[in-house]
Design a protein around this ligand. Structure first.
Ligand SMILES: [Zn+2]
Length: 328
């Protein structure tokens, strides 16, 4: 506890100093261009095609040097004042979700056109195309892809966005080192004994029984917005790094944003994912542990805590001085 406190105050001191340097700092990351390949023949569990084999099976990118997911070490994330708030357009639309599909590897939800993100330190506006999920085996066997300080969460939601100039052509977007922007949200079991919560997550999970087999899909009725599903997350607090698709062919074309706050979902709803959908037909295995192992670390940035803590420190000093003056 003491060690933690002294580390914290040490961090604050270096943070105040860093404030002066922040405006001078510029980060330049050189990344390779990538080419697209259509991919089959990979899996999560069979030893002949699971993630340890991907670098051999798909050497072009899965063996690359900016692969995702990663373990994020929060204390190593450096401050970047360019990581401003996002603008989320039509994330409040009740008719944002159009179709839900069992791909055999995940559950994917297609999004209507006109849903976009910008800001957030991204180089361009991006169109939100789809979201999908990664999970383990029930709430007791976590299955997020990213981990933070080695903690793996129950599930992870990925919203996939493509640079608006590509007009939804992801084959083109993956040839650009920042062509895609992925938003990662951790899902954590809600505390207490609540069931069927949040209501919109319960409603979304009710579609799973209609897409049990790989290839099944069904329309999603209006009534669920992205804002509904992201409830409880402060979207101004996130980690940023340059990485890849987490499935073959692992193209290194993704600007990753991993949000710090978690979405809280009741255990029964989390458990539905690993107990309802299957990887192929009725006789196949349930879809469980659908996440890639963490890859070698990358440099991660985050918001500067300095502006706030520096300001607070300034106020503290000012109030001490004024207090002292009053005492005289
Ligand atoms: Zn994903």
């Amino acid at each position: 506890m003491t060690a933690v406190r002294s580390l914290h105050s040490e961090k604050k001191r270096s943070c105040v100093k860093m404030n002066w340097l922040l405006s001078l700092a510029a980060v330049c990351v050189l990344v390779p261009s990538v080419h697209c390949a259509s991919v089959t023949g990979w899996c999560y569990h069979n030893t002949s095609c699971s993630d340890t084999k991907w670098p051999t099976l798909f050497p072009s990118y899965c063996a690359g040097s900016r692969q995702s997911p990663i373990n994020i070490v929060s204390a190593s994330a450096t401050a970047d004042s360019n990581l401003t708030a996002f603008t989320f357009t039509n994330y409040n639309s009740d008719s944002a979700l159009t179709k839900i599909e069992n791909t055999g590897k995940t559950v994917k939800i297609a999004l209507a056109s006109g849903i976009t993100i910008s800001g957030g330190g991204l180089p361009d506006p991006y169109d939100s195309l789809q979201f999908h999920l990664h999970w383990g085996n029930g709430s007791s066997v976590p299955g997020s892809e990213h981990t933070v300080n080695s903690k793996r969460y129950a599930m992870e939601l990925h919203i996939v966005n493509s640079k608006a100039t590509y007009n939804g052509d992801t084959a083109l977007a993956v040839t650009d080192s920042t062509g895609l922007a992925a938003l990662g949200f951790f899902i954590e079991e809600m505390s207490g004994d609540a069931t069927g919560q949040p209501a919109k997550w319960n409603l979304l999970s009710s579609y799973l029984s209609k897409i049990v087999n790989s290839g099944n899909s069904t329309a999603v009725a209006s009534g669920i917005s992205l804002d509904d599903l992201l409830e409880g997350v402060d979207r101004t607090k996130y980690y940023r790094y340059l990485g890849s698709l987490t499935t073959p062919s692992c193209n290194e074309a993704v600007v990753w944003t991993v949000f710090k706050d978690t979405i809280k979902v009741s255990k029964d709803v989390i458990d539905k994912f690993s107990t309802t959908v299957r990887i192929a037909d009725d006789s196949s295995e349930l879809m469980v542990n659908v996440f890639r192992s963490v890859q070698p670390t990358q440099s991660v940035t985050t918001q500067s805590s300095c502006s706030t803590s520096g300001y607070s420190l300034g106020l503290l000093v000012l109030s001490l001085v004024l207090g002292g003056v009053r005492d005289i």
